[in-house]
Design a protein around this ligand. Structure first.
Ligand code: NAP
Length: 259
């Protein structure tokens, strides 16, 4: 299927590996020029060069922490006008409800709620002027089905979800769509990090921890960054203009609900 977005320009945040990279590669395959971001310059430049080599699109790599005002200023200065925005950042650490301080919550809110909101506030006016735009926020399955140890993530992402629910309806008349993609367990460094925590806590091997988690997913495996990226690219396509304000689970059926 031709996604109809060849020659468009996208900013994909937190994209040197994992789900962000999956989105960047799928958009590049559809002919979209990219601005990519992550903190680590070497891995980011390697990912950017691989995309240039594989898909022949223009890629600008900006090494910066997207959760800081300085980082966002560097990224948005390089990105200038974009037609497509994919927001993403690392997830907060797991822990216990009783341990988190106000500062812990502020950090989580900054990273996983206020950063995507600031990026939307930056990108939306141009999209509205040009009467076309696509925003995809990478959130989490924890929005629909909270993960107890990830209370910081549950809290911050719930706030972002509320913002998108209203704002997506305000910008839809101007041809701009905003949707959230909710990853379940995917085979990325983040998932391995969480498996390692379980393995240590329960005195089992990493492979056993991963096998236990995979067994909880109806498809009996972790998702891939390629599958995730393909869904993101579709949401950014010309075919997805009627999909507005949705929270789309990519979780292999893990969330059990009729709707
Ligand atoms: P990942 O494999 O750890 O990759 C994270 C990417 O984000 C890397 O490129 C990393 O590069 C970049 N990054 C992290 N913090 C950043 C920051 N402050 N500024 C700029 N770039 C940053 O993670 P992932 O699995 O793709 O997860 C992406 C998001 O989905 C996270 O918020 C995660 O919580 C959420 N999620 C993931 C899963 C899963 O199973 N994988 C499930 C539910 C939710 P640098 O470290 O070099 O900055």
């Amino acid at each position: 299927m031709d996604l109809g977005i060849r020659g468009r320009r996208a900013l994909v945040c937190a994209a040197s590996r994992g789900l962000g990279l999956g989105c960047a590669r799928a958009l590049a395959e559809a002919g979209v020029d990219l601005v990519m971001n992550a903190r680590g310059a070497a891995a980011l430049e390697a990912a950017a060069q691989a995309i240039r080599d594989d898909f022949g699109v223009q890629v600008t790599a900006v090494a910066a922490d997207i959760t800081t005002p300085e980082g966002r200023a560097a990224v948005t200065a390089a990105a200038d006008q974009v037609d497509i925005l994919v927001t993403n950042a690392g997830g907060p650490p797991p822990g216990m409800w009783s341990d988190w301080s106000r500062d812990d919550f502020i950090r989580a809110l900054d990273a996983n709620m206020l950063t995507p909101i600031a990026l939307m506030q930056w990108a939306l006016p141009g999209m509205i002027d040009r009467r076309w735009g696509r925003v995809v926020n990478i959130t989490s399955q924890s929005v629909k089905s909270p993960i107890p140890a990830l209370g910081l993530s549950n809290s911050a992402r719930a706030g972002l979800t509320g913002f998108v629910a209203g704002t997506s309806r305000q910008v839809a008349p101007q041809g701009v769509t905003i949707n959230n993609l909710l990853p379940g367990i995917h085979a990325t460094d983040r998932a391995i990090q969480l498996d390692r925590g379980v393995a240590q806590a329960e005195g089992i091997t990493l492979a056993e921890a991963a096998a236990r988690r995979a067994a909880t997913i109806p498809v009996r495996r972790y998702g891939t960054a390629e599958e995730f990226g393909a869904t993101c690219a579709f949401l950014c396509s010309v075919h997805a203009g009627f999909i507005v304000g949705q929270n789309i689970s990519l979780d292999g059926g893990a969330f059990v609900g009729t709707i």
